[in-house]
Design a protein around this ligand. Sequence first.
Ligand code: ZN
Ligand code: ZN
Length: 383
Amino acid sequence: MVSYAEASLRVAYAVSDRILAAVMAGPRQRIDIREFTRPDLPDGAALLRTARSEVCGTDVHLWHGRLSGVPYPIIPGHVSAGVLESIRGSVRGIDGATLREGDRAVFFDVHRTCGRCRPCVVHRTPTRCIARRVYGITDPAAEGLYGGWSQAIYLEPGVQIARLPDGVTFDQYIGGGCGLLTAVHIIERAALRPGDTVLVQGTGAVGLCTIALARLSGASTIFAIGAPPDRLALATRLGADRTFDLNTTSYEERLEIVRSLTDNEGVDVVVEAAGSARAFEEGPFLARDGGRYVVAGHYTNVGPSQVNVHEAINRKHLEIRGCWGSEAGHFLRALTLLGRYGHAVPFAAIGGRTYPLTGLDAAIADAEAMRITKALVDPWAAS
Ligand SMILES: [Zn+2]
Ligand SMILES: [Zn+2]
């Protein structure tokens, strides 16, 4: 099912030879609109006409210069969706089917994972591959259209592309966006079992998607700690049973209530999706003895946490697992979940407002101030 708006997008916005993109020249610099020439496609490549991209927490970190190894200037926007404008040669989707021009498509932002380095081959941790690159984060604008804050995105040979499932809108896909892929990985790392009690620290896109997937995966009671109140309301809509406003409840109150609702034990699984050093000081004590703690929110360095290891980890027999990035399998499963449950789970509600390319300074400011959960980008919208 393609909406009227999406159908008209196909005819109304053909990609010309001059493609506009929003460029982040460096940390804390104004976003520039630059013109790029339409790329010549080698065999196996495609050009995606962008319908939606996003401004996620990572983009705010990029603007603050808090990620290492970023080759500024960049075109941000790592998770995006659109319509395949042109394809050179035969390009197959991640499901093996041949892709065609005009298909609504999405792609896995991580590319060039080598399959040969020690992390790839020996440790089987491809998200730690030494060669991997990520659209919108580690791809320089000097190399071309490698980001979603652009009217078109160059999909180089080897990028994992998938048709967007019928019935899933661009806004549903981007509402979950990178947070949904990460949440699929988190649930896997959490080894969630039916009936497990879960507590999610953080109600940004990653935390909200984790709540939704924990609910779909058969969790029993789901707690969420976060702020501001509109995000907590979204947490409830996505499946949380009990929410705590970080700003109006104390650690002691949260601990007492969580314990009282879990046979005085604490939850089976705690997920850190807050990116706060304080969250890690609290998380272990919200888990039961022998429980699991997945740490996914410390995507940037927010400084040390102070924990009493004896009390928080050793004596509790706590299992702690980090979770970095996502793999193509998480991307595919996120799409499968959207296709099956997209109508029932309000992923699109995570997207707060849609901005044109000329509005991205405001979008970053709004995301930073938590005025919206996630800013969406429509590169064809009039400014
Ligand atoms: Zn590798
Ligand atoms: Zn992101």
